[in-house]
Ligand binder design. Sequence first.
Ligand SMILES: NC(=O)c1ccc[n+]([C@@H]2O[C@H](COP(=O)([O-])OP(=O)(O)OC[C@H]3O[C@@H](n4cnc5c(N)ncnc54)[C@H](O)[C@@H]3O)[C@@H](O)[C@H]2O)c1
Length: 314
Amino acid sequence: MRAFVVGGAGFIGSHLVDRIISEGGSVTIFDNLSVGKREFIAGALASGRAALEVGDALDLEHLTRAMPGHDTVFHLAANPEARWGLERTRLDLEQGTIATYNSLEAARLAKVPTFVFSSSGTVYGNFSEPCGEMDLGHLPISLYGASKFAGEALIASYVECFGLHGRIARFGNVVGPRGTHGAILDFCKKLAAHPEYLDVLGNGSQAKPYLHVSDCVSGLLHIRAHTKAPLDVFNLAPPDTTSVRRIAELCVAASPNPSARIEYGGGTQGWPGDVPVSRIKPDKLAAAGFKVRFASDQAVAQAVSEVAREVFGG
Ligand SMILES: NC(=O)c1ccc[n+]([C@@H]2O[C@H](COP(=O)([O-])OP(=O)(O)OC[C@H]3O[C@@H](n4cnc5c(N)ncnc54)[C@H](O)[C@@H]3O)[C@@H](O)[C@H]2O)c1
């Protein structure tokens, strides 16, 4: 594979880059390093099989110049924090919808045949029943989710109009080492700064399917390699969920002060636009031959120990 990974220096992207290289492929990492870090991709760059192109996905001309010669685009760049859209309402339009359009348009102009997109379970909106790929009766409730939905629609249109192959993966909440955001990292950082207490948004009952980043990468590569239809959409998540309360307790237990008190902010949502309980059916991907290695609780337990090591040391 000659992959072009937009957002390849970030959390999921850097793990994807490492895996592609370990399987004999080569990668161009296109990243503006707004969130991604050079240290995440240092090993990949040292291998000689990856190159870093520092650039912004809002710069269509740069993307188009950098993309020829690759066979697959993985588009992973996005606003990393869904709740930032509450403060900056153009953020997801630009970093989500327009950045996705630019990557697609560059792929068309550069004649890259396959486009893989990191979508999210947020496209299902506030619907606590387990969602299959066709359960789109509830529209997204965050600007982040709206931009993923728009990105998916653009991909479907490019597939139909220009003959691109589109692969859409709707992730659960991805966890693991090199995290740049998310509850586990937030909690561990808060506990490092204030070991005596942990304040948690919402009442702790929010529950999501947590996907270990190793499973996320395996799933993405499986989707790329094993689907034949011009456009295909898959949920990529375990079928079960883990509550925020459980994550908070595990982070406290892994912190230097395991008796830190947990203070809940109250309410069923972490913030307006947060889906309190989301459940995703992985059946379609299972039928296509891929199952995650870690159930949600296992993914969280594994990630808490990995992130705790990064944040607290030891
Ligand atoms: N982490 C999750 O739980 C999760 C869940 C569902 C979907 N996703 C999606 O997966 C993708 C990767 O997520 P992540 O957790 O690795 O996030 P991340 O923020 O760690 O990685 C995104 C990378 O994109 C880069 N980037 C951002 N805007 C850019 C731009 N305009 N031009 C060039 N580079 C840019 C950042 O520097 C970063 O390296 C995102 O699209 C995200 O929406 C993530």
